[in-house]
Design a protein around this ligand. Sequence first.
Ligand SMILES: Nc1ncnc2c1ncn2[C@@H]1O[C@H](COP(=O)(O)OP(=O)(O)OP(=O)(O)O)[C@@H](O)[C@H]1O
Ligand SMILES: Nc1nc2c(ncn2[C@@H]2O[C@H](COP(=O)(O)O)[C@@H](O)[C@H]2O)c(=O)[nH]1
Length: 217
Amino acid sequence: MTAQGFDGVERRGLMFVLSSPSGAGKTTLSRMLIDRMPGLKMSVSATTRAKRPGEVEGRDYFFVAKAKFEQMAKQGDLLEWATVFDNRYGTPRAPVEAALAAGQDVLFDIDWQGTQQLREKARADVVSVFILPPSAADLEKRLHTRAQDSEEVIRGRMNRATHELSHWAEYDYIVVNQNVDDAFAEVQSILKAERLKRERRTGLTEFVRGLQRQLET
Ligand SMILES: Nc1ncnc2c1ncn2[C@@H]1O[C@H](COP(=O)(O)OP(=O)(O)OP(=O)(O)O)[C@@H](O)[C@H]1O
Ligand SMILES: Nc1nc2c(ncn2[C@@H]2O[C@H](COP(=O)(O)O)[C@@H](O)[C@H]2O)c(=O)[nH]1
């Protein structure tokens, strides 16, 4: 699973995870990353929750029935899965493996349970970022302005936010999403720096040997 860095040095692909309480801005930041960072592919999850207005099958999620989800989990087709807000969510394994094998990095918008499972499977290749809202009032306002969930669903997500927040210290990086452009710049910097980490740059030895040969001649 190697990617060609922009400087031509081979490296292992990485799994870039964003988690947060619902409404803090993962989806927004993920879309910005996919639009602006070449070599990054979004992992599209399967879910048993109902489609929101404007969501597109295969772009936002694969919307599946409960029985189908259970079958996917049983067959080993999911890299990780969890129950969130009474619905099932999981990462289809094949597209992630194919993207990594093709030299791409993969972006995940998943919760702390999924992040733990990915970390158990591939610790060295997982880079995780927890997104915090600037305040509880902002979080609630964002869930309302998104205008895609009922009052009851929003209340449930706000009630669960404390629990989600309690997992912040399990993440490699913490970003406060106050201004979306600033938060994007921070997340982008993390990805750029992680792509340059020596340990995942498998082609460095060969590259440096080549430089040494040039210097000796
Ligand atoms: N920095 C910001 N300032 C103001 N509004 C924001 C900011 N970031 C995101 N939003 C808005 O907040 C709402 C929720 O954002 P988003 O859907 O990205 O959250 P999420 O973390 O993906 O939520 P979920 O976990 O429920 O999918 C959206 O309407 C989005 O446009
Ligand atoms: N463990 C996983 N969590 C996932 C996955 N896909 C999404 N999620 C998380 O679920 C909640 C709710 O999402 P929403 O779209 O209904 O608002 C959010 O925290 C997502 O990050 C997954 O495949 N695995």
